[in-house]
Design a protein around this ligand. Structure first.
Ligand SMILES: [Fe+2]
Length: 195
């Protein structure tokens, strides 16, 4: 992983776009990258993040215990890539049609160790470790290097609610205190399965 970070450090921020970052990441075999040193012997039974680099690309590791999931969310202010280092990652993506308040759900896709997932700007997706027993470890490469989730929308599928985070939010979660949300819309959408 050190080599990857050194390479990314040399990138000119003005030239970073999804293609240039993809070209850099495609030089790496993420199925054999060393990352355990960064986890410092921590147990992999809780969700946590280890920051590796802040500039010019924001890089961190995420540990996902068995079954851990992030609610469906829309990034408004950054895009990037997720590399699977250990375990399995399941992504379900959605399309939101605002005029009809309709959230359409694509079939879930799973990514194995070594695979890289693109997270485009404005994508709406749900991410989960689908394993009933094994942890998942992912590496995240994001640009621009924002550190808050201001403007990120969370689609609470069970309650049909859209919650927008504000600048205090440093994680994608519905468990923040009240002052971390910009807006909550009730009865905000219906869900349509595309599969
Ligand atoms: Fe995301």
């Amino acid at each position: 992983m050190k080599k990857v970070l050194e390479r990314l450090k040399k990138l000119n921020p003005e030239e970073i776009d999804p293609n240039t970052l993809k070209a850099e990441l495609s030089k790496v075999d993420f199925s054999s990258v060393e990352y355990m040193d960064y986890l410092k012997g921590e147990e992999l039974d809780s969700y946590f993040r280890v920051s590796l680099m802040d500039f010019p690309v924001r890089v961190f590791l995420n540990v996902w215990p068995a079954q851990f999931q992030l609610p469906a969310h829309q990034h408004k202010n950054f895009w990037g890539y997720i590399a699977v280092l250990k375990g399995l990652l399941t992504e379900t993506s959605f399309v939101f049609e605002e005029e009809e308040s309709k959230l359409s759900c694509h079939p879930p896709k799973s990514f194995r160790k070594g695979e890289v997932v693109f997270e485009p700007l404005n994508v709406i997706h749900h991410l989960q470790n689908p394993s009933p027993s094994k942890p998942l470890v992912t590496a995240h490469f994001y640009f621009p290097t924002v550190t808050d989730y201001n403007g990120v929308k969370i689609f609470d599928i069970r309650n049909r609610r859209i919650t927008e985070l504000n600048e205090k939010a440093t994680s994608i979660s519905l468990d923040h205190p009240e002052g971390y949300y910009r807006e909550v819309k009730e009865n905000a959408f219906s869900v349509v399965n595309l599969w």
